[in-house]
Every structure is written in C-alpha cells, then in structure tokens.
Design a protein around this ligand. Structure first.
Ligand code: SPD
Length: 430
C-alpha cells in the first residue's frame, strides 16, 4: 500500500508540473496514519466549500527527523505536515511555522469547535518562546508510550515496569521504537523512579534533563537491553507482535490498539500496559511550514481532518486516537464491554464514567503518572549520537556475524577451487 502511495505521489508530482500550484496541496504525514479514502473526499469537499479545485499530493515519513530535515535543510514546499510535540517546539523556535488562520467563511470551524480541553492545555505547555503552539499547530492524534506484550509469554506483573526491557527471558523477542526521544524519556523515568517517588525531581524536570549524566545513564541501560533486541522499528513492530515474532514491544498506544485487534482475529492475545514508574504522552499535530505554497488549502485540510465523521474514520482505520473532544467521537468510542473510565479530563465533566478502551483513552489516574516531552535544542545532536552508538553497536555485531559467515564461505570456496584445480591439473598432466 505504501509503495502504491509513493508511486501515485511521484506520478502526481510529474503531472502537476504544468498545474497551477494553487490547485495542489502537498501533504506530508506519518505512514499508516489516515483512512486513505478521506484524501479524495477532501478534494471534493474543498471544491464544494471554495469553488476551487485542488489535487492532493500525499507523501509519508516514518520518523519525525526525516520530515524535519526535508523542511529545515531541504526547504521543501510541503503545505501541511504532521510533526510530534517536541518537533513542533523545535520548528517554532527555528521560525519554520506559519500561524494557522481560522477564517473559513461559511464553512464551520471544526478545529476550535471540537478541540479537547486536555489537548489545548498540553499545547499551551509546549515551549515555543513567545509563541503559543495552539496558534501554529492543530492536534491530529495523541497517545501514550507503553509496553505492548503477548499475554501467553509475559505476565501483567512483568509488563508493569520498564525493567522488562532488560529481562533475559525475552531475548530476541523485544522490539523497540526507533525513536531516540521516546525511548530516552521512558528509560530516564525508570532510572530516576526513586527520586520521583521521594519528590527530589518531577516528571517535567526529567523531560528537560539533557545532561551528559542523564544521557550516559540511559546509554548504559540501553546497552543492557540491546543484546535482547530483535529489531528497532518505526512501523513494522506491530506486525511482528501479531505474528508472535515479538513478545514485548516498547510502542505507541495507537500501534497497540491496531495490533491488539489484528492479533485477536488470529487467536493471539496482546495487551498494552502503562508502566508504574510513569510514561510519556505524545501529540502529533498539523502545521503549515514557512515554505508552504498553498496555505489556503492547507488550513482547509486541517479543518476537514477535525470534522467529527472524518476523525472517527481515521481512528477506526489507524488505531490512533484523535485530539477531538466532540460528543460524536465520545459516543462512537463508548463501548459497554469495557469498565468505566474517568475521561472528564479529555471530554469534560460529564465524561467521568465512560465505558471505553483504556488503550485508546487512558483513565485520569493513569494520565496523572504521565508527562509530555520537550525539545532539547542544541543538545539534540548528543541524543542522536547516543542513539547511534546504541543501535550502531548492535548493527556492527550482526554485521560482524554476516561478514564472518561470508568470509568463511569465501575461504571454503577458495580452498575447494584450489583443490579442484589441482585435481584438474593433475588429470591434465597424466
Ligand atoms: N504510524 C504512525 C505513527 C505516528 C505516531 N506518532 C507518535 C509520535 C511519538 N513521539
């Protein structure tokens, strides 16, 4: 499917050369992050609302850093992209974003009509200097980072702590998100759990701690985890879990929801836990980069993505949860087969006892153990370097094995050839 989208995007790029740029909308989003049928619908809806045609060129990325580099270094003219919280902060600080104008004429403003109060307050906490993130970014999906696990091999108790990642019982069965920032945050929370309990440090302070000491501590921990890791992944981990190649995965809740549902159909029981030491919540939001060429269609795209029926379809297909606090969304995801949860923080006071999937919508008590990540500014390259060392050594170990096997095979072949030649020449000499 991804390949098909890329081919379509490339074809669209070629055809679009002759087209007016005002009739093209270049969207850059995470992979597996939309119900693709809504893309065509947006084109029709935009024409209905504005009387102008538009063609969407839709491209995807797997990690924030790829997207950021295309815009920051490549100055690519994407009209609307979908970074995570700490990258939004970074883009704000680097003056890479345009404010999102909310004038939609007669078209309803779905963005502000439905935004959850929780999301608004989390965006208020984003650090963008003098800029408020709510003016430059509109939330799309949000979720938690936790442990997805196979209930046949892993106990609930084991999955209740981040320490599971260095349990030798799960050697070669662990998948880790290839996201330095997300992994760092969970591990530092785990390593500083005593200081958190005693009140010596807060979760928020930990998210700002980019000291060498913190980096070294996480690197040291990850070096214990690394020999047990079956793969670092951006997207394929969920499939590895449903097929039982992985038993434990540091993952995002949306991948968790998707994998739990898929696995159920295959008779595999996956569960998702939010470790007792604490964890992070994350937010991905639509922004309009300063190199955008069609800001009008970009803001209509963002508005369309906030329309409750579109929200529900995107959540259904991806497993990720929308930032929308609309009553239609609450109703769509209320499900009596679950225990009641306190979701008043998200949907408002009336939602203090709602039966819903706790992986999609964590209970207030869980949210109280969480925090949000922040940009590290000039310290980011040190984080990236640490991550490279952690994964690189892993790569070099496996690369070493492959090289060893290839060399041994080459040597064996050379010996065989030499012996054969000797036999051949002996024969000829006879
Ligand atoms: N396949 C789409 C995944 C998008 C999840 N974003 C999570 C970001 C966490 N920093």
């Amino acid at each position: 499917m991804k390949k098909a989208i890329s081919i379509l995007a490339a074809a669209a790029l070629v055809c679009s050369c002759a087209q007016d740029r005002n009739q093209i909308l270049k969207v850059y989003n995470w992979s597996d992050y939309i119900d693709e049928t809504v893309i065509d619908e947006f084109e029709d809806w935009y024409e209905e609302q504005t009387g102008e045609p538009v063609e969407v060129i839709y491209q995807t990325f797997d990690v924030n850093e790829t997207m950021l580099s295309k815009i920051e270094k490549g100055k690519e003219d994407y009209d609307v992209v979908c970074p995570s919280d700490y990258i939004i902060e970074r883009m704000l600080a680097s003056d890479l974003l345009l404010p999102i104008d909310r004038d939609f004429g007669d078209t309803p403003n779905y963005i502000d009509d439905n935004l959850s109060p929780y999301i608004r307050s989390c965006f208020d906490k984003m650090e963008g200097g003098s800029k408020n993130a709510n003016d430059y970014a509109v939330g799309y999906m949000w979720g938690t980072t936790g442990i997805l696990y196979n209930a046949k091999y892993v106990t609930d108790e084991e999955a209740s702590s981040w320490d599971i990642l260095r349990n030798p019982k799960f050697a070669d069965k662990i998948f880790i998100k290839d996201s330095a920032r997300d992994v760092f945050s969970q591990i530092i929370i785990f390593l500083r759990q005593d200081d958190l309990k005693s009140g010596k440090v807060t979760l928020d302070e930990l998210m700002h701690d980019s000291s060498q000491e913190a980096l070294d501590a996480v690197e040291n921990y990850m070096k214990q985890v690394k020999p047990l890791v079956a793969g670092w992944e951006a997207d394929f981990g969920k499939d590895q879990m449903t097929q039982e190649r992985g038993w434990v995965s540091l993952n995002w809740s949306g991948d968790g929801v998707w994998a739990i549902e898929e696995a159920e159909e295959m008779g595999v029981e996956l569960r998702y836990a939010l470790p007792k030491e604490g964890f992070t919540v994350w937010f991905d939001g639509w922004v309009i980069p300063k190199y955008a060429k069609n800001t009008k269609a970009a803001k209509y795209w963002i508005n369309f993505m906030s329309r409750p029926d579109i929200v529900i379809r995107n959540v259904d297909v991806t497993g990720y949860v929308s930032v929308s606090g609309a009553s239609e969304v609450l109703e769509a995801f209320t499900d009596d087969s679950y225990e009641p949860l306190d979701l008043s923080y998200f949907f408002g006071p009336q939602a203090d006892s709602v039966c819903a999937d706790p992986v999609l919508y964590p209970d207030r008590a869980d949210i109280e153990r969480s925090t949000q990540e922040h940009d590290w500014g000039a310290r980011t390259p040190d984080l990236v370097a640490m991550w490279g060392r952690v994964k690189g050594e892993n790569a070099s170990a496996s690369t070493g094995i492959v090289i060893g096997v290839v060399l041994a095979a080459a040597l064996a072949f050379a010996v065989y050839k030499r012996l054969n030649n000797r036999r051949g020449s002996k024969k000829r000499r006879k």
